[in-house]
Design a protein around this ligand. Structure first.
Ligand SMILES: [Zn+2]
Length: 676
């Protein structure tokens, strides 16, 4: 499970709130050229709705030579799999990318024209989304130049691309949605991703798995996680597994090569064993081996270096079976992790004092390790748009039996906040008091929100006996409800003096800052990411509007949250924070009940009733007010470059460089990591 950046802006610090998409309270960035000499430049450019940011790896040189070598091998393993997500996202992505890169590398014509600028913006948007569908809205990107101009670029740079693929790039009807969540259309046949052969329907997929899933198996494998579902020569459905010798073999062979090197410099026997199991999984495609690896990984908690490498998140599959490739290489941030250990040690107290029904509480919450780490590199679904927190493994039975690992990506969060400013806050805060509270406590508030969401939220609550997994019972609503549930756990305890007693915050003012920010974003600010007239589709944005809108309606009679208009602008102002805490507690109890009982109709009513439809008047106002601030709603990152220092065929050190140009990095990766 991912946590995506919530809050941008120096104060707002990408508050890693809940595995969720960025709350959009960014500030307009300082103009790039004002960066003082010698100061690290975080933001490098902005185009369309995107901004490109750099991050640093603090304390890299404090690592031992062996640890540096380990990080380097994992860095190579990460990047070696990058092509896989391009093909998973859409069947024509790799050939389209190669054509775009061919033009960028060899076109010698006029590069000052408006058309060329539009072409470069399109190409960078495709690089940013690992394909031609927007990384967030999942909608096919529209080139802002003509097909004639594109064909001219192809011919003048001796680059080929099949005409039928060119026409798909430019039409507005074919393969429009990478992931279709609209039950009115067939979820699978209506999705453009490449997890299912064209023409396969939702019913066929459900029938296929209903035949092979053993419902009584309390420790089920993650069916369908690492394969493409296609027809065999007799038309029967079959899984085409991603493994050495199978689909995506060339990339996976490279990953295995570097993991084998990593094994030779592992920090511990546990870590070494983990590498052996992961390599075995990649060589066999066995999902039992994947579970064995995850059990070993979740129990390996004492090393400085850690990593994610595999087919992890199922957000890209409307039915939630197949996972996208992703990798994150992590280095432990000792000081910050110590601060958060308090939460981990008190996880049972939170469960016992939660507002959920007693029969849905876990008698014993199994250990949830929570660390703040610094990222050394990211790839696949984690880059350039990156999560800011991760909670894994995803298999519910492994989490229940062995626990899970939660991490916040400290240097990513820091870079987000330093790449932004305060104008979004100035625009959407009702009063100076609200603004000053956000300015003073916002950063800590969202860090605590993230930690509570990950450590306590996702680990809490249990299913009633005999109830299927949320994916089976709540289907396409499972992700939204799960993220809403974890957010509500965090919100419920952020207004609890227990956090003050634990020394995690100085007063409930921190909790109030988070409540302000959550309502500000959930009812207004996040709408700046939605196209006029569109509905909310992304699971995290749905969960945030659901929580904020339900709370607003529930508290109307007592004016808990008040809709105010000042200078013709709308604001939602909290009048009673403790009453709002109770309302959050009530909704938490209901969403936990829905998950524990697998109550699809109630889940459907909540999500469709509060999380999908957009208030058109508010939306129009938000788009107008934020447009004036000229802030890109989405941010993504350029990775550092690790370079080995070799003497006598031995790696004796690893140097770190911080590239400045996003396009250069994409072309470099295309040159060094194109294996499919
Ligand atoms: Zn989450």
């Amino acid at each position: 499970m991912k946590i995506k950046n919530i809050l941008f802006g120096s104060i707002g610090l990408a508050l890693l709130a809940s595995c969720s998409s960025p709350k959009s309270e960014e500030s307009n960035m300082e103009p790039i050229d004002t960066v003082a000499q010698g100061e690290f430049q975080y933001q490098t450019e902005q185009f369309a709705d995107l901004k490109i940011i750099r991050y640093q790896i603090p304390d890299f040189d404090k690592l031992t030579a062996q640890q540096k070598e380990l990080v380097y091998y994992l860095y190579k393993a990460s990047l070696s799999g990058r092509d896989i997500i391009w093909d998973q996202n859409y069947k024509h992505n790799l050939v389209i990318r190669r054509a775009l890169e061919g033009i960028v590398s060899s076109y010698a014509g006029d590069k000052s024209s408006k058309d060329w600028q539009s072409f470069m913006v399109y190409t960078k948007r495709v690089w940013f989304s690992n394909g031609i569908h927007h990384h967030y809205s999942m909608t096919k990107l529209k080139p802002e130049f003509s097909v004639e101009y594109f064909n001219q670029l192809l011919s003048e740079s001796n680059t080929e691309l099949a005409p039928e693929i060119v026409s798909i790039m430019f039409d507005d009807k074919t393969d429009m949605k990478r992931v279709n969540l609209d039950p009115a259309k067939d979820l699978i046949a209506g999705s453009a991703n490449n997890f299912y052969e064209d023409g396969i329907t939702t019913k066929e997929v459900e029938d296929y798995y209903s035949r092979i899933i053993d419902r009584n198996d309390s420790e089920p494998i993650s069916y369908g996680l690492n394969s493409t579902l296609r027809r065999d020569k007799n038309g029967k459905l079959m899984e085409d597994t991603w493994k050495v010798g199978g689909k995506y073999s060339r990339s996976i062979e490279e990953i295995v090569k570097w993991l084998s090197k990593a094994k030779t410099v592992a920090e511990s026997d546990e870590q070494k064993r983990g590498f052996e199991l992961l390599i075995h999984y990649y060589e066999t495609g066995s999902l039992t081996a994947w579970d064995d690896y995850n059990i070993q990984w979740v129990r390996t908690t004492n090393d400085v270096v850690d990593y994610i490498n595999g087919f992890i998140e199922v957000y890209g599959d409307a039915l939630g079976y197949r996972a996208t490739y992703e990798s994150i290489v992590q280095i432990k941030d000792f000081e910050a992790s110590e601060r958060m250990k308090v939460l981990q040690d008190n996880v049972q107290w939170f469960e016992d004092n939660s507002s959920i029904l007693p029969e849905h509480k876990k008698e014993k919450v199994v250990g949830v390790t929570y660390k703040v780490v610094n990222v050394a590199v990211e790839a696949g679904d984690a880059s350039p748009s990156t999560p800011i927190g991760v909670n894994l493994p995803n298999a519910n039975w492994i989490r229940a039996k062995y626990g899970s690992k939660s991490v916040s990506l400290g240097n990513i969060v820091e870079a987000y906040s330093l790449a932004g400013g305060k104008s979004m806050l100035e625009e959407f805060c009702y009063s100076t008091e609200e603004f000053e509270r956000a300015d003073k406590y916002g950063k800590l508030a969202s860090k605590l929100h993230t930690a509570l969401h990950e450590v306590v939220g996702h680990a809490s609550g249990k299913l009633e006996p005999g109830v299927g997994t949320p994916k089976e019972t709540l289907k396409s609503y499972a992700n939204t409800l799960e993220e809403g549930r974890a957010d509500l756990v965090a919100l419920y305890f952020l207004m609890d003096n227990k956090l003050v007693d634990m020394g995690l915050m100085e007063s409930l003012e921190v909790g109030k800052a988070e409540y302000d920010s959550y309502i500000r974003n959930g009812l207004m600010a996040q709408l700046r990411r939605i196209d006029p007239g569109a509905e909310i589709e992304e699971a995290h944005m749905r969960n945030r509007q659901l929580v904020a809108a339900w709370a607003y309606e529930r508290g109307k009679a007592e004016n808990v949250i008040e809709k105010k208009v000042k200078d013709g602008k709308t604001y939602f102002v909290i009048n009673d924070y403790l009453k709002l805490k109770e309302i959050f507690g009530e909704l938490l109890r209901e969403i936990q009940r829905i998950k524990s009982k697998g109550d699809y109709p109630a889940g459907n009513a909540l999500v469709e009733g509060y999380g999908v439809k957009v208030d058109q008047a508010i939306h129009k106002e938000v788009l107008e007010r934020s447009a004036k601030l000229n802030i890109a709603p989405y941010g993504g990152f350029i990775n550092p470059r690790l370079i080995p220092v070799i003497e006598n065929d031995q790696i004796v050190d690893i140097k770190v460089e911080y590239p400045m140009d996003f396009s250069d990095q994409m072309l470099e990766y295309a040159k060094d990591y194109s294996f499919l």
